[in-house]
Each structure stands twice: as structure tokens, then as C-alpha cells.
Design a protein around this ligand. Structure first.
Ligand code: BGC
Ligand code: BGC
Length: 980
């Protein structure tokens, strides 16, 4: 089961994600997180050797097949990952042949990495087999960015304490399925001089796929065997391995489908024959990635978590963006999971497209061309519903026909089927796509594409609106009745302002495009007039709609009504539901949610965001403030739609609510890294990833697309010292290198004053100090030592103070591994021992006294009290309260933030923000005293002053660094901060 809120065991550095521990409960969400891809295919981060209930998948753009209820889905293609390692392969006895798998034997060391700069997933393990043989295993894989049909794996094996036969089996698994549904029929398979191959075809869409693989061993004499299991061709390499000597196995795979070439299997075989070795492929891959990052990277300094998370989201977009195919687009869950079955939503045009448009315009062009190729489907949909023109589908796949499921079917026997109305009513997508087309044209000036593709999309979608609006003679207004706006909590509404205003905007642009075409490409204009039956009457009708479409808003306050009658609905106080872990719809039920003023995601605010560059209705500073104040508190921003937080972050940033903006931004940026919605297992949140890019560029970077070029009006989050990126605009690259203008206590960036932080000008007005406990006020290293000693004694393992030195700063698990050495313990025993040790530690903690306070601690606490400075503890420990009681300082402390207060550990700012909030002071008024690098980082991320205790190597990022608290006077400390 996937559990939310558990530690993800992740470390982030600039380009590298490191997973430090394997947690089977997070198997599926981590498979999503470690997805790699190259714009042609995506492969989930499943293990080479397999794992019970694993969910490996490779999705190739455009390879869809029929499925009941959901119409069509992206097909899980043959799995190219299998690499099975059998230790002690010479034994005839199956029980002595140890097949490497993480649910067998003992994991002595584990580390998995994703290198974003080159799209490489790697894993290092030290594993002890059930029969007691220890081996180091290193895996590496990538899908080439230089040649999209090439996939590569490498595995290095080093026996630690044995010599013996090792067998490595590399396969292509043709038995992949989509959650129990098998889309493939086997055509053929075989072997060549080079290796093995497999030929399969999807059952209904009849897409043929060819995959071929070869394997090479370096560092040992290997004997090769080909195993022709039907549907599962396998190459087996057996060799004698020697202790401490490394053997390397390389597996190269090629893949084609009949979407690319007529004879995919022959193409796969041929490519395999001429493939250079792994090292050369890797180099080409690196070069290709370097070029891409050259254009698309965002550099953030001062906030390593955000810096990594932003790149992670860009990486997800880059691996999903089709680079050589204009008949496919990016599904809501990219190519990384089964969620939404690979269907394509407005997510692509509104959320993901801007990133491509401004950094990889050729991919943006492919994505929009996909909509042109699917116009026939959109026309069929319009006809079906009795309208004219093109009615783009809410969910789309190969043809553009509507593939939103009509029903959501219950899993329990007596549950109700739920009708999904989005297919019939969520029609705003028909203006969203033209909005994206127009923006693409404006940003690239690609007239050639516009006349050939874009104009037809805009015009035919406009024709649809002409037939969809209704004229209300009493009101003398045009209406659009019976829709779902962007907020899907309200399923049948009239005159949704988002939809109506976007339609008005769209029709204005349609007229402009038509004029442009008639002047610049008169022939194409005539062609479209004929094809689409475009008449001057039609255009007059558009003009009339533009003038008379109904929009509900109060011109005095500028408050917009989300739809007709929204303000009459009863209100609900979302604060009453704090601490929930489900959406408001899940809590209240669909019917009830429909009847309240509660939103799944921004709707009026979404409109304000999309119209942010326009001087026309509704965007104005006042409108933004008024509508933000009204709608933000009514929006289910935590569990409603994942599309919400990034948009709210941008608007909050516009409103200079900077810490609020940052919090929302991080909610978006960490959505999959932290699985903060609990559904990362279904695939990457593609729209969120696109929203993150927009939040950095348009929100914090404050980019405005002026008349001639993009201009920055930055308001960087307090802890960001630098933000650097590039934008491609009308044929030129524009570089932005934005810096925080540092003045003490002033988080102002060039340009815009920051409301929230004005109070702390000109010098910091410190109101409170937050102390980390361990290493700052007391030192529990001795207690940890005693607990380990007791455990070791009970187990009869030699251990002493000298051995304990090696455990400083080492995690509980890694410490235990060092202590037990190569003694054979099962995973269950290891877990039990870790718990036992913690039990002893907690017991020991009860015996500490004020004697255990570190020098200088009590004097400083007393001095702060006298100076009227508030004091809090910010400790990640769940035992913090016990420790404070025992240390006898409880009466000197105003607030405690401990291991129960927040979910995200340091370096996330949450714990300190919580502490400041408890003290009732602002982050800029707070000082944090910390002895760990992660803690200093957390303080900076919180926008607080950081005092580091310890060596500069460890806490050098802090504003002030001290060796210890001994002799430290508040007056001096305050002075050093003020003088910064
Ligand atoms: C989403 C809709 C989608 C539907 C069916 C719902 O959860 O909110 O946008 O069309 O699922 O896939
Ligand atoms: C959201 C839609 C979105 C869809 C796919 C739904 O939950 O409400 O706006 O298009 O998910 O991501």
C-alpha cells in the first residue's frame, strides 16, 4: 500500500536525486519518480530484477489500443528492463542458486539515483544472498536522447566474499499488461547473430512493434545461451567471478513500431547490428541532453530543494515532449503511469505548453500540430452533439474523438455508477486550445505554421461557439448554458465566467486571424472559407456574440461571479476541515459539493491568470485582489486538483504575498517527489510540472511579454539569491540572471517592493529565537552510544567507544549495518534491532538532567528571556518534549515544534515556520540556531536568520557561524546579525 507522509528517503543535490533506502510500501510511487524517457517513449523506474507486485511499464507515444469503458489507452509495451542475476549459478540445487531480488536475502547497502542532467537511473546495492554470499551490484540505464530508438543498460557485479559462477539473464518481456489487460498478440520472435528479437502487434489498433536486444560481458570469459521462451526471449551469460573483481554486463535494446516505419522488427534488428558500445552511446546521449538543458535549464541559488525540484519538473516535461512526431501530444500523466490511460487534456496546452513554447519551440509546434491532425475527430464530436465546426474533446487520444469515459464504475459490489459529465459539458477546452495556438504564434511569429495549421484550429473552433451559444431575447444577451467550468466541483452551471470570457476572447482572435489570412495568404483564406463554410454572416455573428456575451461581475468591486447563481449557494468553511487527507468532494459527496461555494481548482482566478497580460476585462490589480480574497479561501487547494497550487502561487506572488506564494509553489514543485497527493503511483503530474515552470518564470521572475521583448519584474522568494533562465521570443534568445538585492532583513528584489517584509526594514527586528535541541542545547551522542552498546552486548557482537566513532552522523540503519558487519541477519531481524535500539535510547533519555545542557546554553536562554525575546525549540525528534522536561528548561521555552508538528523534515522550512507561527512572529523576525547543514538550509528556506553551530564546512551557509554557545552573549549575536 502506498502510504502518504512517510519519509521518502530522498536527498537532493543540484542535478541528482538520491534514494537512500528501499521502502517496499513506496514501490509504485518510486517507479513513477524514477521514470526516464526521450520524447519517444517513457519507462517507469522499476527494478531490473523484478519485485513482487511491481508495475513496470514502457509507453511509446501514439501506441494506443482499445479498452472497455475508457475507449482507448496507451499500451504498456514489451518490457526491455529484465536483467536477472543468479549467484552461485553452478549449483544444480535450486535452493543454492540465489536469484538476486530485494525481497530475498539481506540488503546491506542501497542507493538509487536519478541524474537529471543525462537522464540516467542507477542503483548501487550490497546484497547478501540467502546462502550467505555478499555481492556489490551496480545498475545503470538510459534511453537515448540522441537516438530515440536506442535503450541501454549496464550492470557491474563485484563478489565481496566469494568466487563462483554467476549467471545474468537479459530478456525482453512480451507479457506486459495494462493493469490486467493484455493488448498484445505475439507475431514472432527469434535470434540473430547479434542477439534476440520480439515482434508483437496490438490487438485492435494493429500497431506492430519490433524490439531487439544484445548483451556483452567485460571482465570475464562468459558462455552465452539463448533461451527461446515464447514471448520472452532471453540471453543468458554465465561466467566465473572472483572476489573483489568487477565484471560488467551491457545490454542494448532497439525498438520501432509501425507508426515509425513499415517493418519495425527488421529496423530494430538492423539498428542493433550497427550499434556502437555503451560508452559511446552514453556520450552521444550526454551531448544531446547538454544541448537541451542549454536552452531549458533554470538555475536557482540559495534554495537547494527548490533548485532540484524545479529541474526535476522540467526533466519530466522534457522526457515527455515529442521531438519528432506531430501526431502525438503529452498525456496528463505524461508517459509515466497508467492514470487517465494516456489521455490528453487541456493540461497540455494551458499548463505544459508555455515551457516548450519559450524553451523548445519545435516541441510546442508538434504539440499544437497534434490538435490540427485531430480536427476530424473534433468535427465528428460537434456533429454528434448537434453543433457546427470543431468541438475538441475533453479527453483525446489518437483520432481526437471523445474518449472521456462516460461512467466511472464502482469497485464495491453495491456502489453506484457515476456519470462523468466532462465529455458533454467541459467545453472550455475549445477556447483553451485556440488560446495556446494564438500564444504560440505571438511568441514565435511562425506564420508558415499559422496559415497551414493554426488558423484552421482557431477558425473551426470558433464556428463551434457560433452554434453553441444561445441568444436570450429577454436579456438581449448571449449565454452558454449547461457547462462545467474549470472548477469541476460544479457540474451543471450556466454562464461560467471563465468559459464565456474565453469564448469572447477566442472570437476576437478568430476575426483577427481571418483578416490576417485574407491579407497575407488569400488563397489559404479562400480554401478555408470553402472547407469550413466561413461566411461574412458568420463573422458578423461572432461580432455580435463578442458584444453581447453575458459576464457576471460587479463593476464597482470588480468581484466576478463564477457562474450564474454561485453567490446564492451556501458557504462552507474549509478551515473546519483542516487536517483532512481527502478532497472536499470525497468528504461531502458529489451532490453536496455541487451545492456549496467550494472549488476544486481556480476558475475565476484561472481566468485572471490567463488574462494577466491583457488590459481588457477582467485583469486589474484591484480585480485580482478582490477575487483572490473571495475565491482563494474557498478553493480546495490541497486535495482538489493538482492544477491549482502553481496558479495560486503566481497570483499570490503578483499580490506580494511572498511566503504564501512560496508555500504554494513548493506544494506544486514537490507533488511527485513527496507524493503529497498520494497518487504519484498513477504517474507524474504533468500539468503541475508545467505550472511549476510558469510559477518560476511568470510568478517569481515576473516576466511580462512587453511589446518588443519579455521583461522581468522579479519578486524572488526570500531565500533565493539568484534565478537564471533563458526565453526564446520571436526568434531571439533572451537571458535572465536575476538576483536578490541583499540588504539586511530586506527580501526585496529589484523592481517590486515586497509588502510582507517591509515591516522588518531597515534593520532586522528580531522577536524570537528557535533552537535546535540535539547538538545545540544538549548532546545525545552518548545516549546513542549506550543504546547501541546494549544492543551489541545482547547480540554478542563486539562493540566499543572507538567503534562508535564511526557512527557519528550516520543513520540508524547504516549504523546497525556497520555494527553487525557480515553477520547473517534477515531483514525482519534488522527491523526489530533498529526498534530495540530506539527503545533503549528513549529509556536513557529519561535519565538526563540539567547537567547535560551544553556550556553556555542556560546563560543564553536566560539572557534572551530578560531581553523579552521569545524562545522556541525546533527539533525533528519525537522525543524532544521528554528531553526538554528532563533538561529542566521547560519553563524557559515558549513553544515547541517537534517530530509530531509537521510532516516534512528539514531541510524543508516547515518545522521552523511552525515554531515561528506558535510564537506569533514573522519569519524575518526569527533567528534559528542549528548545528546541522539541513537545519541551516531549512532556516534559510523559511526566510529566517540562521546561526550555525560547528565547523564552517558544515554550517557555512548560515548568516553567522559559531563554534558553540559557550560564552555567547545575545547582545553580540544580535549585533552580528544587524551588521550583516
Ligand atoms: C477528472 C475529469 C476526467 C474524468 C475521467 C475525473 O477525475 O476530474 O477531468 O475527465 O476523471 O477521466
Ligand atoms: C482536473 C482537470 C484536469 C484533469 C487531468 C482533473 O482532476 O480537474 O482540470 O484536466 O484532472 O489532469
Amino acid at each position: 500500500m502506498e502510504t502518504k507522509g512517510h519519509s521518502r528517503h530522498f536527498n537532493y543535490t543540484d542535478w541528482i536525486l538520491t534514494e537512500t533506502q528501499f521502502d517496499p510500501d513506496q514501490l509504485h510511487s518510486k517507479e513513477t519518480v524514477f521514470t526516464i524517457g526521450n520524447g519517444y517513449l517513457g519507462t517507469r523506474g522499476s527494478f531490473e530484477e523484478g519485485y513482487p507486485h511491481a508495475s513496470p511499464a514502457t509507453f511509446i507515444h501514439g501506441v494506443y489500443d482499445d479498452v472497455p469503458v475508457m475507449y482507448t489507452e496507451l499500451v504498456n509495451c514489451p518490457d526491455w528492463l529484465p536483467l536477472v542475476i543468479i549467484v552461485n549459478g553452478e549449483s544444480v540445487s535450486e535452493t543454492l542458486r540465489d536469484r538476486f531480488r530485494l525481497d530475498q536475502g539481506v540488503i546491506l547497502q542501497y542507493e538509487r539515483k536519478l541524474n537529471l542532467s543525462q537522464g540516467i537511473v542507477s542503483r548501487f546495492l550490497r546484497w547478501r544472498s540467502p546462502n550467505g554470499k555478499t555481492i556489490d551490484i551496480y545498475f545503470e540505464r538510459f534511453v537515448s536522447f540522441a537516438d530515440q530508438h536506442v535503450l541501454a543498460q549496464r550492470c557491474q557485479l563485484t563478489p565481496v566474499d566469494f568466487d563462483g559462477l554467476i549467471e545474468v539473464q537479459g530478456s525482453i518481456n512480451g507479457y506486459t499488461e495494462n493493469q490486467g489487460f493484455n493488448h498484445w498478440e505475439g507475431l514472432d520472435q527469434g535470434k540473430t547473430e547479434e542477439g534476440i528479437w520480439l515482434q508483437r502487434r496490438t490487438r485492435n489498433s494493429q500497431i506492430e512493434l519490433g524490439m531487439a536486444a544484445k548483451m556483452t560481458v567485460f571482465g570475464a570469459e562468459a558462455s552465452l545461451q539463448v533461451i527461446t521462451t515464447p514471448g520472452y526471449p532471453t540471453l543468458s551469460m554465465t561466467f566465473v567471478a572472483k572476489a573483489q573483481q568487477t565484471v560488467t554486463v551491457e545490454k542494448l535494446v532497439t525498438v520501432f513500431t509501425s507508426r515509425d516505419i513499415e517493418t519495425p522488427v527488421a529496423a530494430a534488428q538492423e539498428k542493433l547490428t550497427y550499434l556502437p558500445d555503451y560508452a559511446i552511446l552514453l556520450k552521444a546521449n550526454k551531448q544531446a541532453w547538454d544541448e537541451v538543458w542549454q536552452q531549458s535549464d533554470i538555475l536557482i541559488e540559495g534554495d537547494s530543494t527548490a533548485a532540484f525540484a524545479v529541474r526535476y519538473n522540467l526533466f519530466q516535461l522534457l522526457i515527455a515532449g515529442p521531438r519528432h512526431d506531430e501526431k502525438v501530444s503529452i498525456p496528463a500523466k505524461t508517459l509515466s503511469g497508467f492514470g487517465y490511460r494516456g489521455h490528453i487534456f487541456w493540461d497540455t496546452e494551458i499548463f505544459m505548453l508555455p515551457f516548450f513554447l519559450f524553451t523548445q519551440p519545435a516541441i510546442a509546434c508538434n504539440l499544437l500540430s497534434y490538435r490540427w491532425h485531430t480536427l476530424p475527430g473534433a468535427r465528428r464530436k460537434a456533429i454528434h452533439y448537434g453543433y457546427k465546426g470543431a468541438m475538441f474533446s475533453w479527453e483525446s487520444a489518437v483520432t481526437g474523438d471523445e474518449v472521456t469515459p462516460r461512467w466511472s464504475l464502482p469497485t464495491d459490489f453495491y456502489g453506484e455508477d457515476v456519470r462523468i459529465w466532462c465529455r458533454d459539458r467541459e467545453i472550455h477546452i475549445n477556447a483553451d486550445i485556440p488560446y495556446a495556438v494564438w500564444n504560440y504564434w505571438y511568441a514565435t511569429r511562425n506564420d508558415e505554421w499559422m496559415q497551414k495549421y493554426g488558423a484552421e484550429i482557431i477558425l473551426d473552433a470558433a464556428i463551434f461557439w457560433g452554434s453553441r451559444v444561445e441568444f436570450n431575447p429577454e436579456r438581449q444577451k448571449y449565454e452558454i448554458r449547461g457547462v462545467i467550468g474549470t472548477d469541476e466541483y460544479h457540474e451543471f452551471v450556466h454562464n461560467n465566467t471563465f468559459t464565456n470570457r474565453m469564448v469572447q476572447w477566442h472570437l476576437e482572435k478568430a476575426i483577427a486571424v481571418y483578416d490576417w489570412l485574407a491579407h497575407k495568404y488569400p488563397e489559404r483564406a479562400r480554401e478555408l472559407e470553402e472547407k469550413l463554410q466561413l461566411t461574412s454572416e458568420q463573422q458578423n455573428h461572432w461580432q455580435d456574440i463578442i458584444a453581447k456575451i453575458l459576464l457576471f461581475y460587479d463593476p464597482l468591486t470588480e468581484l466576478i461571479e463564477q457562474f450564474e447563481g454561485f453567490f446564492q449557494l451556501p458557504d462552507i468553511n474549509l478551515a473546519d476541515y483542516q487536517g483532512r487527507d481527502r478532497s472536499m468532494q470525497a468528504i461531502l459527496g458529489i451532490e453536496k459539493t455541487n451545492k456549496y461555494q467550494v472549488l476544486k481548482q481556480p476558475d475565476v482566478l484561472m481566468l485572471l491568470y490567463l488574462m494577466r497580460e491583457s488590459t481588457d476585462f477582467p485583469y486589474s490589480e484591484k480585480a485580482l485582489q478582490t477575487n483572490w480574497d473571495y475565491y482563494a479561501p474557498r478553493t480546495d487547494i490541497t486535495y482538489g486538483s493538482s492544477l491549482g497550487p502553481a496558479v495560486h502561487a503566481i497570483l499570490a506572488s503578483d499580490l506580494h504575498i511572498s511566503s504564501g506564494a512560496y508555500k504554494l509553489f513548493m506544494q506544486a514543485a514537490m507533488v511527485d517527489l513527496e507524493d503529497n497527493r498520494g497518487n504519484t503511483a498513477d504517474g507524474i503530474h504533468g500539468a503541475t510540472a508545467g505550472g511549476v515552470w510558469q510559477a518560476v518564470i511568470f510568478g517569481f521572475g515576473g516576466i511580462q511579454l512587453g511589446e518588443n521583448r519579455p521583461i522581468a519584474n522579479p519578486h524572488l522568494p526570500a531565500n533565493w539569491t539568484r534565478l537564471k533562465f533563458k526565453l526564446h521570443w520571436q526568434g531571439l534568445w533572451h537571458d535572465f540572471d536575476l538576483h536578490q538585492e541583499v540588504r539586511a532583513g530586506d527580501n526585496q528584489t529589484r523592481g517590486q517592493p515586497d509588502k510582507e517584509n517591509n515591516s522588518s526594514l531597515p534593520t532586522p527586528n528580531i522577536q524570537g529565537v528557535i533552537f535546535d535541541l540535539d547538538g545545540v542545547l544538549t548532546d545525545t551522542a552518548e545516549l546513542h552510544y549506550l543504546a547501541w552498546q546494549k544492543l551489541a552486548d545482547q547480540e554478542g557482537i563486539p562493540f566499543n567507544r572507538a567503534a562508535n566513532e564511526a557512527l557519528r552522523g550516520v543513520s540508524r540503519r547504516a549504523s546497525l549495518m556497520l555494527i553487525i558487519g557480515d553477520r547473517p541477519y534477515s531483514e525482519a531481524q534488522i527491523q526489530e534491532m533498529m526498534e530495540r535500539k530506539n527503545g533503549y535510547y528513549v529509556e536513557l533519555l529519561k535519565n538526563i538532567t540539567s547537567e547535560d545542557l551544553l556550556p553556555g546554553a542556560i546563560a543564553l536562554l536566560d539572557e534572551l528571556r530578560q531581553a523579552g525575546i521569545k524562545i522556541a525549540i525546533g527539533s525533528a525528534s519525537k522525543n524532544a518534549r521528554t528531553a526538554i522536561e528532563r533538561l529542566g528548561i521547560a519553563d524557559k521555552i515558549d513553544a515547541i515544534a517537534d517530530g509530531y508538528s509537521v510532516q516534512k523534515p528539514k531541510p524543508a522550512p516547515d518545522l521552523f515556520l511552525y515554531a515561528a507561527n506558535e510564537l506569533g512572529i514573522e519569519p524575518a523576525q526569527s533567528v534559528v540556531v542549528e548545528d546541522a547543514a539541513a537545519g541551516v538550509e531549512a532556516a534559510l528556506a523559511a526566510g529566517m536568520w540562521a546561526v550555525g553551530i560547528g565547523p564552517v564546512e558544515r554550517v557555512g551557509a548560515a548568516h553567522v557561524v559559531l563554534p558553540s554557545l559557550a560564552g555567547v552573549k545575545w547582545a553580540d549575536l544580535r549585533k552580528s546579525i544587524t551588521e550583516l
